[in-house]
Every structure is written in C-alpha cells, then in structure tokens.
Design a binder for this molecule. Sequence first.
Ligand SMILES: [Zn+2]
Ligand SMILES: [Zn+2]
Length: 95
Amino acid sequence: MSIFVDVKVLTRNHRESSPYGFCPASKWSIEKLKFTRYRDHLVKDVCCSICKDEIACDSEVREMSCSHVFHDPCIVQWLLIQNTCPLCRLKLPAD
Ligand SMILES: [Zn+2]
Ligand SMILES: [Zn+2]
C-alpha cells in the first residue's frame, strides 16, 4: 500500500492515545457562560475567532470568564468538542 495510508493510520492512533485529545466542556459550565447582546461601542472591530465573521452590534454572544467574546452558537458548538477558549486556551470544567 502507499505511504500515505500508513501516515493516516499513524496520525489517527496518535490522536486517540494523546493526553491532549479533545475533551468537551460540561453542560453546566457552558450554560453558566455570560449570555449577552453585543454592543458595538464597547470594543471596535471584533471578530468571532471561531467563524472569523464580524460580531455585529446587537448579536447574541457569550462572554467567557477570560472576557473573550464569541457568537453564541459558535462557542457553544466549540465547547461541546473541547473545553478551552479558542483564543487563550483558558479551560472550562469538563464532565
Ligand atoms: Zn462566530
Ligand atoms: Zn479567552
């Protein structure tokens, strides 16, 4: 078989056994995140680092305890996969 296939298998095995694998945040820690409406005048030109889209004035956002702000659906989906802030890697409690 080709080398390419071997590399793929190796990568997958590595990820499964890695201590740095993805670990979802617990449901209550996601629900506890501050839910707010984004106000443009607080910070200028803010983008959501998950979808790379601008955070428009008055959109529904979640503020992490590190004070990073993301679209509500973006950060909730992100935290269901891994329990760290996409920007500063602050950890939320896992289950
Ligand atoms: Zn987003
Ligand atoms: Zn952060």
